[in-house]
Design a protein around this ligand. Structure first.
Ligand code: HEM
Length: 378
């Protein structure tokens, strides 16, 4: 009797397994079938689109550059995928990327970061705005870091800061990743708001920024313990922190600090097309953008610079020689100026090469209508 039951069970199980496998195969191809059927105008680029809704977001987030390299090897420089709930095309072709960035003003390629990224950056961040508002906020940002400001204010401040920060580093074993993060965060606070914080007092800020970074590309599930939820909470705390800095500045007896906050509070008009009286909310988002964008990128590049110099001691020696040369005959606390920097051709070459090797500049854009790129629809 039990032998007959077993046989019946196996006979019933086989079609169930078959249907389940068929359903899984169909689901794994669902996105590709769906977009092929609904898009008849031009062929889509080669590539795979993963599972419904999540697409290939998980391997993309997990493997990053390796995901892109593996797909590029299989499908070429332009391939389709499905990321953060939307169909996407990844393009590693320099000339096409140049074309996309230069077409921005025509309005057919707009910023296309996932919704969570916009939410974390804030609605007044340059990453969240379009057209005249974007132009105005970007103008405000450029006014803080343009050539003359870099030359007359920022360079000297950076040099002074580095001299005081590095003075007790010699003959020590240091965790460069940790040190680069600390150094860049303290430097940004100095440049933005003349803050002379110590490392202990930036711990909360560092932790908050970390939570916000983790939430950038996380699913927008607002439940206790999710990355998105933690990111939102951290953002609220940071907004409060930056708000307090503005309040402190307004209450300050010293009128001029010569920093980015001074410029943001004093200047309210940046564009002929769009006159904006910056509110505190806008200034906070602007500071937020500078701290976030500047911190994550520059601390990584700095850490890599140290690694490259360690790997190439002859470059380190030549760099050292040029830097010592420029300070020869000058007082010990001499801060280098723009002319000094311009004359340091080897140092500048090292900076450029480090940026080239360590940066992974990528950008997200969305198309406002189907675009044909090298014969495929994007
Ligand atoms: C090695 C260092 C850096 C790298 C590799 C880097 C990379 C990038 C890239 C690729 C973009 C374009 C994003 C897009 O258009 O979608 C961008 C934009 C931006 N970055 Fe950086 N960045 C660096 C340093 C900084 C620093 C130090 C700051 C702040 C002082 C900063 C502030 C910004 C801002 C505000 C934008 C948005 C500009 C706009 O809306 O047009 N970045 N960055």
């Amino acid at each position: 009797m039990s032998c007959i039951d077993d046989k019946l069970g196996v006979q019933l199980l086989q079609p169930v397994i078959g249907v389940a496998i068929g359903a899984l195969v169909l689901l794994s191809k669902w996105n590709e079938i769906w977009y092929r059927v609904t898009n008849k105008s031009l062929p889509l680029p080669p590539g795979t689109m993963g599972w419904p809704i999540i697409g290939e977001s998980i391997p993309f987030m997990k493997y990053g550059a390796d995901f892109i390299t593996a797909h590029r090897t299989r499908h070429g420089n332009i391939f389709k995928t499905h990321l953060f709930g939307k169909p996407a095309v990844i393009c590693t072709d320099t000339s096409v990327n140049k074309y996309i960035l230069s077409s921005e003003s025509k309005g057919n390629f707009l910023l296309g970061y996932p919704q969570t990224f916009f939410e974390m950056m804030g609605k007044w961040s340059t990453f969240s705005l379009y057209k005249s508002e974007h132009k105005a906020m970007r103008g405000a940002f450029i006014s803080l870091v343009n050539g003359p400001v870099l030359r007359d204010r920022i360079l000297t401040k950076i040099d002074e800061f580095m001299q005081s920060y590095l003075h007790n580093w010699s003959d020590k074993i240091l965790d460069m990743q940790k040190k680069s993060n600390e150094l860049i965060l303290l430097l940004i606070l100095k440049l933005v708001a003349s803050k002379k914080e110590n490392i202990a007092s930036t711990k909360e800020l560092e932790e908050g920024l970390h939570q916000v970074f983790l939430a950038f590309f996380a699913p927008a599930i607002n439940l206790p313990g999710t990355k998105y939820n933690k990111g939102l909470k951290a953002r609220r705390k940071l907004v409060q922190m930056f708000g307090n800095i503005i309040e402190e500045r307004r209450a300050s007896v010293c009128n001029r600090h010569n920093d980015m906050l001074d410029t943001l509070l004093e200047n309210s008009e940046y564009s002929k097309d769009c006159v904006i009286q910056f509110t505190d909310e806008q200034i906070i988002d602007q500071i937020f953008g500078i701290v976030l964008s500047g911190y994550a990128t520059t601390s990584y590049v700095l850490m890599m610079a140290v690694k490259y110099l360690y790997d190439h001691p002859h470059v380190k020696e030549a760099l050292r020689k040029e830097n010592l040369e420029i300070r020869k005959g000058k007082p010990e606390d001499y801060s280098i100026n723009w002319d000094d920097y311009k004359s340091m051709s080897f140092t500048r070459a090292v900076v450029m090469e480090t940026l080239r090797m360590s940066s992974l500049p990528g950008f997200f854009r969305r198309t406002t209508e189907d675009a044909e790129i090298k014969g495929d629809t994007t």
